[in-house]
Design a protein around this ligand. Sequence first.
Ligand code: ISL
Ligand code: CA
Length: 542
Amino acid sequence: MDTLNGYSRRWWKEAVVYQIYPRSFCDSNGDGIGDLRGVLSKLEHIKGLGVDVIWLSPHFDSPNADNGYDIRDYRAVMAEFGAMADFDALLCAIHTAGMKLIIDLVVNHSSDEHVWFAESRKGPDNPYRDYYIWRPGRGNEPPNNWTSIFLGPAWTREGDDWYLHLFASKQPDLNWENPKVRHEVHDLMRFWLDKGVDGFRMDVIPFISKDQEFKDLLADQCAKPQFAYTTGPKLHEYLQEMRREALAPYDTMTVGEAFGVTLDQTPLLIDERRGELDMIFQFDTVEIDRGADGRWKPWTLPELKRIFTRHEAALDKHCWPTVFFSNHDNPRVVSRYGDDSPQWRIKSAQVMATLLLTTKGTPFMYQGDEIGMTNFPFTAPEQFDDLWTKAAWREEVESGRTTSEAFLFNQNKVSRDHARTPMQWSDAPHGGFTSGTPWLAVNPDYVEVNARTSGALYDAFARLIALRHAEAALVYGDFRDRMPDHPHLFVYERTIDGKGFVVALNVSAEDQACDLPGDVVFSNYGDISPALRGWEARVCRL
Ligand code: ISL
Ligand code: CA
């Protein structure tokens, strides 16, 4: 097998991925909701970045309790997004443009409106009863103390029994213990693979196996139950079966959303000799600003840098990491890790783009990163759409535990809706996203922040992606942090046998002295100066 620096060479290790949240990307018909035709109309914008793979967030039929992460029919396209013919046309156009498409596999749970659940809830004798997880309560109390990630109990009562939902009550968990459920999943995977999709991003996949004892969470597990929900006894068995039964005949890439998986557990999921997943999303970079209670807390650069060093040490050459700073569940990169003031918005977003594209692991960027979209300035609870934020409002504010000011302060830092406001294509009304009324308000900064005003950032992405494609050391090279304790500089090497690059990032607005080689292959400033200027990014050949 072809290897480089001890790694097996794979197309998905060398790829850059661009995530689309279809609801908010581009509306082609004026109903205020992004759609597949809209995506098709913007393929040149994506292709121009040089990305290799598009990941499409769920495009399936759904009542949208959680914007498509609650699927009613795994084989149908969401009506607002178009028809199957639109999906086929999009897939064909993506392939014609030389890119690949991965889709979202959301099979820890379905919608409660899925026909399986409609049957299952009819009663204990229904043939679909065992497609979901029903248990008797403890008197009038739920079967155990598990809580939903979206707050409140993870069980809802219907008749004498309770069904499990680790997310909202409209997202009942599928019962993977039932072989029929697993066959259904393999079957629907083959349905999309036979159409030609190139792989899957797997939603909360480590939650699929449940310990059948359904023991109570211990007190110290309750604040972050996700770490308990990923330890089901048959997870690895199910993933190996899925590879054999569904994925093996196809040339795919898979990336599991490993919410609640520790770095120690990671090789069990992605070591290539085990035949489970190709990659996972590890949550440490995006949880850097979350405290033990899940609320926002300040973070420091040395903490962020340590994550990269930890990954390098924990994952051997049979494992392949991912890098991401954004997705549809997170605030905007430039507001969170950079400086979204007019003076530094582009430069600081370029610094984060340089980190994303020159460190170890397959990079995942999210729509709007390339134009430096910022967090939405939320001022009132009615502005939120996310069911999780609404649940938090009820649990924290309506109960009197938190003031509305404190709630808004925190949500302005952490809300998932920051990522979900529509793409800002131009300074036309609603940022050019729709000719109608957008389903979620466009960020009011669209006049200054849009695809037309942010070309310098888009170009930096394109140059960095081209550089990564040209230089094997930026993909397969070892990572070494040169100054782990520096509070403002992130300076690291990417090398194979001592040859490669040093990347220097100034994560501050002030000049920082730094000794670097003169052979500069990328810079976000027009000229080279002895010090690194505010939010300067430089890549030098060693
Ligand atoms: O969003 C999060 C942190 O900001 C996570 O807690 C998130 O809920 C978790 O990663 C699971 O996310 C995935 O499954 C959810 C869905 O709401 C998310 O959009 C999806 O990415 C349920 O399907
Ligand atoms: Ca539309």
